[in-house]
Ligand binder design. Structure first.
Ligand code: SF4
Length: 145
């Protein structure tokens, strides 16, 4: 079973109500068992929602309101769903404060990124799940061979 950020499968769950059209990802995943998850929606945040970034370890909205609790709750509920399956690998959306696996936005809401992991990606890595992003698809393909 492969955990996948729902937005990478085209589901309109991003902060602005959009998703991504990625035929290359659909092709890689075709015929495989996939568990799509959006931890931010699971955590109770609406769609569309205020964009958030991680600032000094807490998740802040662009409106200045802290939303760390929603992100943590979303990660816990996502892990609960994952625990029902045999999951060893995930494909997560890079740069997200939830799903980013090697880069996240730097907290300045200016589009700049920094090295780091989102709340959900971090929890998955702690569980021993191997995490790839849409920017490391070659690694995912090698893992799946
Ligand atoms: Fe996509 Fe993850 Fe953000 Fe949901 S939380 S929109 S799955 S990047």
């Amino acid at each position: 079973m492969i955990v996948v950020s729902s937005c990478l499968l085209g589901m309109p769950c991003r902060y602005d109500g959009s998703g991504f059209r990625r035929p290359d990802i659909i092709e890689i995943l075709e015929g495989r068992d996939v568990l799509p998850l959006c931890p931010e929606q699971l955590g109770g945040l609406p769609t569309p929602r205020t964009p958030c970034e991680i600032v000094n370890g807490v998740v802040m909205g662009k409106d200045g309101i802290e939303r760390t609790g929603y992100f943590r709750r979303g990660a816990v509920l996502a892990l609960e769903a994952i625990s029902k399956f045999d999951v060893t690998v995930a494909l997560l959306k890079e740069k997200s404060p939830s799903c980013g696996s090697s880069l996240i936005y730097d907290g300045s809401f200016s589009g700049r990124v920094t090295k780091g992991r989102g709340i959900f990606a971090s929890a998955l890595v702690d569980m021993g799940v191997t995490v790839f992003s849409e920017e490391s698809l070659k690694g995912l393909i090698s893992f799946l061979i």
